[in-house]
Design a protein around this ligand. Structure first.
Ligand code: FAD
Length: 384
């Protein structure tokens, strides 16, 4: 049995690892010749780390995961700590730590785990056809490939999705721009083992430790869609958006490298009704693109892959297995997208009164409620 896997991102490579565990041959096709991840880093929460362990790639998490031991929210204009707490109770409750990781390193190590030479780069799918016994991918270079089924892990702008769901869907702008990148750890910005978040005015600045003494930083600002992007003015733009914010934020803006800082207009899509049509299954962002506000998009792709393997461990009948995959994943993945959207709106002041209420709640937070929320998100994954 042979699967065609479209996309060599987190979704595609975890799916390949999972199907391999079930003895299924995979061919992986990736559109670009050189991988260029859209963000500097991601936080793989404990559910994702459990999936990586399950898929035999836990060593990647061990190598790349930053020492994130505590979490704190600070009032951005005064520096007052709103809440600060250890993440140990969360780790004890769910049985695994979260791992903030460099995204480029994660993707690169996942490709190496599979075998870089086996990934076919420069193969952009433009069309797919299926019949009762096979599926064929047609690529923009005029070539094609045929397999028994297809896992389309070709990201938020999936070229395969329309075939599966029968219609085009538009991305929805979430209302804010995110700048992100990596800098060397600097304790004048934040403690080196803490996830530190500065909030005010519906904006957010965050630093998170990743391996090799680096901080993953991001800055969010609610802004209209389509403003020009200019690296020459990036630092001054950020100084303007964060005028009056505390010294650590100004230090971060001084230290970041505008040439390597990513600027992303954050989108998601309305949840779709189905992830599967016959022998074609969507997986990861192609199925459920999300805003990054609960840091679960990558973890959800890993969960999809674990569920896919579980489905094929029960039956080798392709359509039955893919239908089982969908029923394991649809509700859970949709729930994560909607949870992230709700969090996004509160964080970014869609309704300023709700955001003010959240700031007040943070000042009374002992960590217990936040940990409970994180725990619920984590334990509802396929591995508990
Ligand atoms: P992608 O990573 O998009 O990979 C898709 C792959 O398919 C790409 O390599 C692409 O080149 C390829 N491709 C595209 N089109 C074609 C085609 N036509 N033919 C062949 N190949 C194609 N998630 C977390 O878990 N934690 C976080 O902290 C987090 N933070 C985030 C921060 C930001 C700013 C953003 C934007 C996202 C964040 N995410 C986070 C979400 C996470 O990045 C995604 O959910 C995850 O990358 C999805 O993986 P994927 O493999 O499904 O898609």
């Amino acid at each position: 049995m042979k699967a065609l896997i479209i996309g060599a991102g987190i979704g595609g490579m975890s799916a390949a690892a999972s199907l391999k565990q079930q003895g299924i041959e995979c061919e992986v096709f990736e559109a670009v010749k050189v991988m260029k991840p859209v963000g500097a880093a991601i936080s793989v929460w404990s559910n994702g780390v459990k999936c990586m362990n399950h898929l035999g790639m836990g060593y990647i998490m061990d190598k790349l995961g930053g020492p994130m031991l505590s979490m704190a929210y600070l009032e951005a204009k005064t520096g007052t700590v709103m809440t600060q707490f250890s993440l140990s109770p969360l780790i004890d409750a769910v049985g695994e730590r979260p791992c903030p990781v460099s995204r480029a390193d994660l993707q690169s190590m996942m490709i190496d785990d599979w075998g870089r030479e086996k990934v076919q780069f420069g193969k952009r799918i433009e069309r797919v056809e299926q019949d009762e016994s096979s599926v064929t991918a047609y690529f923009t270079d005029g070539t094609s490939a045929t397999g028994d089924f297809m896992i389309a892990a070709d990201g938020a702008n999936s070229a395969v999705r329309e075939t599966v769901i029968g219609k085009k869907i538009e991305r929805r702008y979430a209302g804010y721009v995110n700048w992100n990148g990596l800098i060397e750890v600097d304790e004048s910005i934040a403690p080196k083992q803490q996830w530190t978040i500065f909030v005010a005015e519906g904006k957010r600045v965050s630093v998170m430790p990743i391996a090799d003494n680096r901080f993953y930083f991001f800055l969010d600002v609610p802004l209209p869609l389509g403003l020009p992007e200019d690296r020459e003015t990036l630092r001054n733009d950020l100084k303007g958006y964060f005028e009056g914010w505390v010294e650590p934020v100004q230090t971060l803006i001084e230290k970041l490298d505008p040439m390597t800082t990513n600027r992303i207009e954050i989108h998601d899509v309305e949840p779709i009704d189905t992830f599967v049509k016959g022998r074609i299954a969507l997986l990861g962002d192609s199925a459920h693109p999300t805003t990054p506000d609960i840091g679960q998009g990558g973890g959800s792709a890993m969960e999809d892959s674990v569920a896919l393997g579980m489905a094929f461990s029960e039956t080798k009948d392709i359509e039955t297995a893919l239908a089982a995959y969908e029923s394991m994943r649809h509700e859970r993945a949709t729930d994560l997208v909607l949870k992230a959207r709700k969090r996004c709106d509160v964080i970014h002041a869609k309704d300023p009164a709700a955001t003010e209420t959240w700031y007040q709640e943070l000042k009374e937070e002992t960590g217990e409620n936040i940990i409970e929320g994180l725990k619920q998100t984590i334990v509802n994954g396929p591995l508990g």
